[in-house]
Design a protein around this ligand. Structure first.
Ligand SMILES: [Zn+2]
Length: 228
């Protein structure tokens, strides 16, 4: 036993050393980012600092029974089961208020995020792309808990002008009642790391969503973490 006890600290030193060496040789410095230890927790914090384990795929993806702005049964039409059911309840409530919502983009695999981010970088450069697009492994869409939403016509989908629509106003007022938050609110770019995205909602469950909504804070502030 004594031998084993003495060996364990040495072994962990070796493991840590390997990690540091690998980390320094990686030009993207991804190894220095923190990996979420409970990626399937509905309140998981994923941002520029915390990433998902490599190629994480949620194990309960379903097709939410709500309209989308496209017809195909493809990857981005999926979400995890719990948020998918909450989304259906929310879309039905909106409908009874005369607001017709549609899904634009839900779950996104790490491979899809890599393609998307690289396209944005070649179009706008790294600095600008980082303001609106997550790096691979850092997207909430990969958690299966987030979805971009628009009106049923798809007008202003994932565009700044969406903020002025009745659909955006309804979401801002009611999303928390169904467990969703506007993940990247106006004026919080220095905390979330992203510009205002009134269309990007994130499921965190009703209790946390209500607290975040009532306090006018972000998920980072909810956890007391400001660094990004
Ligand atoms: Zn989004």
């Amino acid at each position: 036993m004594t031998i084993i006890k003495n060996l364990i600290p040495k072994l962990s030193f070796i493991v840590v050393s390997i990690f540091i060496i690998v980390g320094c040789s990686n030009s993207e410095q991804e190894e220095s980012k923190k990996v979420a230890s409970h990626p399937s927790d509905i309140a998981v914090l994923i941002n520029k600092e915390f990433r998902l384990p490599e190629n994480y795929v949620p194990n309960d993806l379903v097709y939410p029974d709500v309209p989308f702005i496209f017809n195909e049964k493809i990857e981005k039409r999926q979400m995890r089961k719990e948020p998918a059911e909450a989304l259906k309840r929310m879309f039905e409530a909106a409908k009874s208020d005369g607001i017709h919502l549609a899904g634009v983009s839900g779950y996104r695999s790490e491979a899809a995020q890599t393609r998307l981010y690289n396209n944005y970088v070649s179009k706008d450069g790294v600095e600008e792309a980082d303001r609106y697009s997550a790096r691979p492994g850092h997207s909430e869409h990969q958690t299966g808990l987030s979805i971009d939403v628009s009106g049923i016509t798809g007008e202003f989908a994932v565009e700044d002008q969406f903020a002025n629509t009745e659909e955006a106003k309804w979401l801002d007022k009611h999303a928390h009642e169904y467990g969703f938050i506007i993940r990247f609110p106006k004026g919080k770019e220095d905390i979330t790391g992203y510009k205002y995205k009134p269309w990007h909602i994130r499921y965190v469950g009703k209790d946390i969503a209500t607290e975040i909504h009532e306090k006018g804070i972000t998920l980072e502030e909810y956890y007391g973490k400001y660094s990004i």
